[in-house]
Design a protein around this ligand. Structure first.
Ligand SMILES: Cc1ncc(C[n+]2csc(CCOP(=O)(O)OP(=O)(O)O)c2C)c(N)n1
Ligand SMILES: [Mg+2]
Length: 580
């Protein structure tokens, strides 16, 4: 902690950012925070100007998810700040430690309905882990530091709200060191009970979630799996929670996940859910498999409140808890040892079967898909996704958007390193993937970076090509051009007798659009052209050049996400009867 010193509130803010290790702040310039912005360079902070504030908050999210450090963004009071809303909600459900700084209308005019005024705390109250409001300029450093500390501690977004006149003046401020409080391994008695269950297990399975990534618990998860001879499933959209090349890695559960993972967890007598809140969408039946083992003992280790019925709950840091379990299990005889060889053979067989099925599954076979693909000269999405998987350079980071093809991609995304996959998580907003990968690339410039985006979602987000070109951020965007909002069209096909409304897209050449922005743009029509195009695009990244690979694909569609959430339409009024 520094001794109290005379400074301006802007200096107190910027000194706090520097003390918290901030090197990048995403945003759009605005008069409200110019006094602080002016001194960013002197504090070693690069301001990354973006095209839209939603891009800034998503970039901060991607930066945080890739680096494990804070992602930070700032905007003009009023409209700049309200443009953050969707991105804050997305970061909330992705458990990203972003700090978004929201200068507010001046304290002397607040409530008078002045220019760019809106109450900025209520808007974010349900999508933040912490909200700090600077109610007096003398508290700038204290409240700013608390936002940073709480974002890490509570694993989610923190808002720092500052009336714009409070950037000015003379104060005495103390700059504090970051406060990092370990969560520890959890309750000792619960750990004993968990160890007893695992020691008695005949068919233990580990479910590795996002908490493994956040806590840096990969090594402990691998050691536990090896000791127990347990298959390891990834929780939904966390395909980077366990090394995919490990013999015990079974792949992801959930929508468009791995049948091997689902068939294996269905056999479990004990599940160790490590670093996952067991959210409701993560274990929905898939591929016709209702795989969740209701009779199994469930041990859940997570820092979040618990969702599913469980046998033993441990609120803890995944790494510390896994280490504590290892210590206990190392000292015990494991009942599962007797059947270890047979279990490993079963795991290998299920994986091989799923791999063979995926290889053969080059296109969708439902009547709609056969009809539209038969008339098309373009690529089958699955064949394209397989080719992308095979061409993906090592150490790559991939962000995925919301859409049918992005969802099907789940089966074809494998990672050996944590902090590699950045899916739009439970908030599920189209337009997430591209700005998020830009932020991830800024955090990890040496890693190849790819965004998977449907053509509809691309329409929401392509404005950030401006940022890539202007700031020389080199990423590769793989745009799936199927000429439709496919995921929603699937519902029209399945439930509304193909009465299409607002789902067909007329696209420009997205490759030409990219070139007009000063980026590279390549149209790909054949799977054989994917590997060379991806290689060139990845190479261009090191020159700070972004490439859009426009994938021309058929309109076929994979299984929908929320079959459970729709019903066949029922109409009572005569004029609407044809619509049933
Ligand atoms: C911001 C936002 N608007 C609307 C939706 C509803 N929605 C979910 S998936 C989807 C279609 C996505 O289409 P596209 O990006 O082209 O991918 P495709 O399904 O064709 O692969 C839409 C509109 C959403 N999730 N987010
Ligand atoms: Mg589409």
């Amino acid at each position: 902690m520094s001794a109290p010193q005379k400074m301006g509130p802007s200096e107190a803010l910027v000194e706090t950012l520097a003390a918290q290790g901030v090197t990048h702040v995403f945003g759009i310039v605005g008069s409200a925070f110019m006094d602080a912005l002016d001194i960013f360079p002197a504090a070693g902070i690069r301001f990354v100007p973006v095209a839209h504030e939603q891009g800034a908050i998503h970039m901060a999210d991607g930066y945080a998810r890739a680096s494990g450090r804070h992602g930070v963004c700032i905007a003009q009071n009023g409209p700049g700040v309200t443009n953050f809303v969707t991105g804050v909600a997305a970061a909330y459900w992705a458990h990203s430690p972003v700090v978004f700084i929201t200068p507010e209308t001046g304290s002397m005019t607040m409530g008078l309905g002045g220019f760019q005024e809106t109450e900025q705390l209520p808007i974010f109250s349900k999508i933040t882990r912490y909200q700090g409001h600077v109610n007096n300029p003398r508290r700038m450093a204290e409240i700013a530091a608390r936002c940073f500390d709480r974002a890490i501690l509570e694993r989610g977004p923190a808002q720092l709200n500052i009336p714009r006149d409070f950037f000015y003046g003379e104060i005495e401020a103390t700059i504090t060191e970051p406060l990092r409080i370990g969560q520890g391994a959890g309750d000792a008695a619960a750990l004993d009970a968990a160890a007893a269950l695992l020691a008695a297990a005949r068919f233990p399975v580990i479910l590795a979630g996002g908490g493994v990534i956040v806590a840096g618990a990969t090594a402990e998860a691998v050691a536990l799996a090896d000791l127990l001879g347990a298959a390891v499933c990834n929780s939904y959209l966390h395909n980077d929670s366990f090394p995919a090349s490990h013999a015990l890695a079974a792949g992801p559960l959930g929508y468009q996940g791995s049948k091997a993972a689902m068939k294996l967890i269905a056999q479990a007598d004990v599940v160790l859910a490590l670093g996952t809140r067991l959210g409701p969408f993560g274990t929905l039946p898939q591929h016709g498999l209702d795989y969740w083992p209701r009779l199994a003992k469930i041990i859940q280790i997570d820092s979040d409140p618990l969702v599913k019925p469980i046998s033993v709950g441990i609120q803890a840091d995944a790494r510390a808890a896994a280490a504590a379990l290892l210590e206990r299990l190392n000292a015990r005889t494991l009942a599962g040892t007797a059947s270890r060889a047979e279990r490993l053979a079963r795991i290998a067989a299920e994986k091989a079967a799923w791999e063979a099925e995926l290889t053969a599954w080059t296109q969708e076979r439902d009547p709609y898909s056969l009809e539209v693909a038969g008339a098309s000269k373009y690529m089958h999405p699955r064949a394209m996704l397989r080719a992308l998987e095979q061409a993906m350079p090592p150490e790559s980071m991939v962000s995925t958007d919301i859409g049918n093809i992005c969802s099907v991609a789940n089966s074809y995304l494998r990672f050996d390193k944590p902090r590699s996959m950045f899916a739009a998580m439970s908030f599920g907003n189209c337009g997430y993937a591209f700005p998020v990968i830009c932020g991830a690339k800024v955090a990890c410039p040496e890693r190849p970076a790819f965004a998977y985006v449907g053509d509809g979602a691309w329409g929401i987000s392509f404005n950030e090509l401006l940022t890539c070109a202007r700031e020389r951020i080199g990423v590769t965007v793989v745009v799936f051009n199927n000429g439709q909002w496919g995921a929603e069209k699937k519902n029209h096909v399945d439930f509304y007798s193909r009465r299409y409304q607002g789902v067909n897209l007329e696209n420009p050449s997205w490759a030409a659009v990219a070139r007009a922005f000063g980026c590279e743009g390549v149209t790909v029509e054949r799977p054989a052209d994917i590997a060379p195009a991806l290689r060139d695009a990845a190479r261009a990244q090191s020159d700070g050049k972004t490439t859009v690979l426009e994938m021309m694909v058929t309109q076929e569609l994979g299984d929908p996400f929320r079959r459970d959430a729709l019903s066949k339409p029922v109409r009572y009024l005569a004029k609407y009867r044809p619509y049933s």
